[in-house]
Write a protein of this length. Sequence first.
Length: 574
Amino acid sequence: MAMTNEEIAQRFLEIADLLEIEDANPFRVRAYRNAARVVGEHPERLDQVARSDPESLKELPGIGDDLAAKIVELVRTGRLEMLHELEKRTPPGVAELMRLPGIGPSKARALHDALGITSLAALRRALELGHVRELPGFGERTEARLLAALVAREAEGERRALRAVAAVPAEAIADALRAAPGVEACDIAGSFRRGRDTVGDLDILVAAGDGEAAIETFCSLPDVRSVLARGGTKATVRLATGLQVDLRVVPPDSYGAALLYFTGSKAHNIALRRQAQRRGLLLNEYGLHREKKRIAGRTEEEVYRAFGLPWIPPELRENAGELEAAAKHALPRLLELADIRGDLQAHSTDSDGRDDLAAMAAAAEALGYEYLAMTDHSPAVRVAGGMDAAGFRAQARRIDRLNAKLRKLRVLKGAEVDIRADGSLDLDDATLARLDVVIATFHSRFTLPPREQTRRLVRAVSHPRVNIFGHPTGRLIGRRPPSAYDFGAVVKACAEHGVAMEIDGQPERMDLDDQLARLALQAGVKLVISSDAHSTVELGFMRWGVSQARRAWAVKKDVLNTLPLERLLRALAR
Ligand code: DGT
Ligand code: CA
Ligand code: CA
Ligand code: ZN
């Protein structure tokens, strides 16, 4: 059975983690970690060695009888009985928790048993909601340390590229490859395909009988600064921008399995592979196999179908409940860009936008929208040329005149009103009352003590004139972390007051993020997806917001700006 050294190493690492959770002998744990390293770095393919000369496996450093036998077992049967037994005893995801500083096997187990936490994402939510400090042996100091570790992990993401930025070379490369001789299909896989807001690198997949032409095309693209690795079926390059790009070429028969594998996420792949193991099958990037026979692999649909599952949209593939939902044929029918009927946050030359009202309206009309809310800034955001009450009154008269001329689009009167430090709003109630849409946002004091920040934001969203809480965490990817406050409490206030939460599609914001947006939806809050455009072209940022919403499992009815105009106005006026 074909199996890369990396895959064998991965199994050994899984064993080491699971043994550690069980508090096994540390020497035993270390032996598996060592073996993983040795296997991973070995230049020859060990699956072939295991078949041709299994005895020689024992000559590898740190690989004795037992580990050599495990490699042979894995290559012969596609599974490891020991790993299977360990997995049956350990809840999934608990191993991941142990990679955080200060979390050993017993704390990982406690988080799982008491709070049902099985992923870093779930841990972050529990920390934000203040649940972790209640556990025996944890407390506020552990909570702070864990939050810091998670934030540091995210800050590591500074080296990651914004998806919207990576999209430009990604699509150009895919187009060039599609035009190369012998290329039957080409897709951008990895986190890019899953719609993540940032990508570590690009993973491009090609179906071709012979990869040579595709590899040659790829390595000689004008954007390539250096070729980091080049072989017959794969290559890695670095672009002038610093972005790394992996290319894999696979035979058309394996394309679906490879697309599934390289789309990930890794957690989704591992969960699916476990399902295969339970059925005595082997799933890898070449296909789904029973014994030596490939039973699926040409398309993704074919592979999922072999598990009795419908095709799962890439945005959901995070092992966050999608496999369970698919098994029950209860996958959500995700929001699509075409469901969006208008944009509810945009700026004009009246504050910090580049284009005037008429130009913005014309561009929105060209997109086929029914409405566009102009939401210029309030006075406190001085750097953005915020308008005062008189300014909004004058703008309203210009909007009325503009609407009289527009045939398809209605321009709505709105404001992005700043939330002051005490939670009051930066425009008077009479001014707010004359607007169709009020978005409350904060642009300063991001680091108030969490309790104070929570009080401030709860007060703001409880104001009867507020419709939308905009870019709710204030993060700027790679530059400013999300503001720390009790997200659950603010979500609850939004739910109580019928305030929607925004997914701001500016590539640097993408705020709410996927996980928080999902949490908001689960609490019964509606979402608004906006471009937050500061020019006519930026109205196109809507698509990034829609990706984020799909990652949050959002369906059409969860999103306010999928409503036709009249229903939207009723919803806003409530
Ligand atoms: P990124 O690049 O950090 O934004 O995230 P991804 O998801 O694009 O990750 P990347 O580029 O390391 O790998 C691409 C895909 O390949 C990943 O989503 C799943 C698959 N993959 C990579 N490593 C492993 C692995 O060790 N096991 C399994 N099952 N799949 C893997
Ligand atoms: Ca990637
Ligand atoms: Ca990669
Ligand atoms: Zn803003």
